[in-house]
Design a protein around this ligand. Sequence first.
Ligand SMILES: NS(=O)(=O)N[C@@H](Cc1ccccc1)C(=O)O
Ligand SMILES: [Ca+2]
Ligand SMILES: [Ca+2]
Ligand SMILES: [Ca+2]
Ligand SMILES: [Zn+2]
Length: 316
Amino acid sequence: QPTRSATSYHTFAETQQEVDAVAAAHPQITRKFVAGKSAQGRDIIGLKISDNVATDENEPEMLVIANIHARERLTAEQALDYIGQLTGGYGTDKRITDLVNEREIYVMPMVNPDGQVYDMTSDTQPGRMWRKNRVGSGTDLNRNFAYKWGCCGGSSTSPSSETYRGTGPESAPETKVIANFVRSRVVGGKQQLKMFLDVHSVAQLVLWPFGYTMNNTVPGSMDADDEAAHRTIGRELAGTNGFTPEQSSDLYITDGTTDDWTWGEYRIFSYTFELGGGSFYPPPSAIDSEVRRSREAMLRLTAYADCPYRAIGKED
Ligand SMILES: NS(=O)(=O)N[C@@H](Cc1ccccc1)C(=O)O
Ligand SMILES: [Ca+2]
Ligand SMILES: [Ca+2]
Ligand SMILES: [Ca+2]
Ligand SMILES: [Zn+2]
């Protein structure tokens, strides 16, 4: 369990401390890493969770990122809760123990630290309502990834816009850090990551690619089985937390998003959660109940990582 109950939001420093504390308490199954630096020089940290954690084993790999949008404060708590579930349950809860033994799970709880610090350290409480990174008037990191970047009217060319796509794919340092981590998981020419989750708030949704097109299937990049497996798993997850499952573009067209890139570029099964809580800043007293809602969904996603097509009765 987290070293302290989440009755207040973790600052950037407290998030680092929490990850350090978990890594110190569970040296056999966790290892902290620094994926890179933000524009203002803050560490973008991650935690690897697996048995024989110092060895890169041939086990399905999963990446969870959170708080890419600075004001979406509950998302870092969800990521820290996931870390707490996996480490706290190891050795006692069979299901969790098996998952940790048979997967390599990477969690990056605060991938936009400059934005998070700016949003959180302000006299305007509870936050500045800041979304983007902190270079110039800010790039929307979830429009800055390279797959179909700026293709389809799903982002803005205006730097002042909340969905500003940046000057080019991966123009933002934080995007480059996340993308470089995913690229680093290509081992022997094969992408080791099999499952990706990007945690957002606040619409209570379970989303899957693509966002750049209204088409459910795209020959060569989202075939019928790919779509059916994403949809089936998405609906199953939503059945556990009461969120609405749909393809990203059912809501609005986006381009340059994390999950269009992880699936489009690498065929990593990819999801975006939009958590609940009623606002970007649910009262701290609501953190625990809100993160509990999606615990089951995150564990099921972890379970599917070895063979997502199992959801539609098909082997990989
Ligand atoms: N967190 S959010 O409200 O910004 N939504 C995210 C994720 C998202 C992407 C596509 C459709 C719905 C939601 C975004 O980047 O727009
Ligand atoms: Ca392992
Ligand atoms: Ca591995
Ligand atoms: Ca193992
Ligand atoms: Zn968001």
